[in-house]
Design a protein around this ligand. Structure first.
Ligand code: ZN
Length: 302
């Protein structure tokens, strides 16, 4: 579906043609996603079909001006070096003028992801058009308080679950409160840097049923952080992968130049993936559905 067809669909659902940015009548319409995740290379336009509900029609010049403004703005990003957050990193580098990544040590079982995340940034930093900085943050209090198979050796990581089973119950890998801490920390970092934008790679479709990956949680956090950290100023909380399935996340990432062989997702900390944990299964299934093998397998296992 091209931009014109999308505009038509969005227009028929629009009672009044008033630009939500300018408050004026729209003379030259343009489509924009409410969560600003509309940086889609044209080849991937079909992904937008799922996202019609999230569209708004704006005055084209207002949209262009907004994106120019973002190009001058900075964003703080929660970065784990995994498939999702690395895709968001590349996405953020296209939209924003600078990107600051927070990497969290929360005593996770797959501590190796911290090294892999730092390695990714150090290896590819120069290939981005904008400055990318990073900081490792000690979040080990999460490990003290939250009982999860990602934070406690005595709790087992589920093995060889089907994707349907994953959706049935919240798995033991859920770390209660994790995204609450992470989003707060990312907002603190944004505030300290004078940024008004934060981003994270949460996803509500192909995920392990974590309640803190749902849109209503992200929206509630956006409101809480705006009120409690930014003194009521509006902030941009960007979750561009929220309504994409894993397959489309990978397609987007490949277009954006993500080097998936250097991203790490495995809960068991196995380089290239154990192939048995939920994270490995979701990841490998998505690559297979695209008719590809996960490039991390060739790099680390074979
Ligand atoms: Zn694994």
């Amino acid at each position: 579906m091209d931009d014109k067809a999308l505009e038509q669909i969005a227009f028929t659902n629009l009672p009044k043609q008033i630009c939500p940015i300018t408050g004026q009548k729209i003379m030259t319409p343009a489509v924009m996603h409410r969560d600003l995740s509309d940086f889609w290379p044209s080849k991937l336009a079909d992904m937008r079909d799922d996202r019609i509900a999230n569209l708004m029609i704006v005055e084209r010049s207002a949209r262009d001006k907004y994106y120019e403004k973002l190009k001058k703005a900075g964003v703080s990003l929660s970065f784990s070096g995994g498939l999702d957050s690395t895709t968001v990193l590349h996405w953020a580098c296209k939209l924003f003028g600078s990107v600051h990544c927070l990497i969290f040590d929360y005593g996770q079982r797959h501590k190796i992801e911290i090294d892999r995340a730092i390695n990714y940034l150090n290896t590819y930093r120069d290939s981005f058009d904008v400055p990318v900085t990073h900081q490792l943050v000690d979040m080990t209090p999460i490990n003290q308080l939250a009982v999860s198979s990602l934070t406690r050796d005595e709790v087992k990581v589920p093995r060889n679950q089907s994707i349907d089973d994953m959706a049935k119950r919240i798995p033991s890998t859920f770390v209660p409160g994790r995204n609450l801490y992470f989003m707060t920390a990312v907002a603190q970092s944004a505030f300290a840097s004078g940024f008004r934008h934060i981003a994270l790679g949460v996803n509500a479709l192909d995920y392990s049923g974590y309640p803190d990956c749902r849109p209503e949680f992200i929206a509630a956090m956006r409101d809480a952080l705006s009120i409690g950290v930014f003194n009521g100023h509006e902030i941009g909380v960007h979750a561009p992968l929220m309504m994409l399935n894993k397959r489309n996340i990978i397609r987007l990432g490949l277009e954006l130049g993500v080097k998936y062989e250097d991203t790490h997702s495995c809960y068991n900390g196995v380089l290239g993936g154990c192939g048995e944990c939920d994270s490995c299964i979701l990841r490998r299934t998505a690559f297979n559905e695209l008719g590809m093998e996960d490039p991390a397998i060739a790099k680390w296992i074979k």
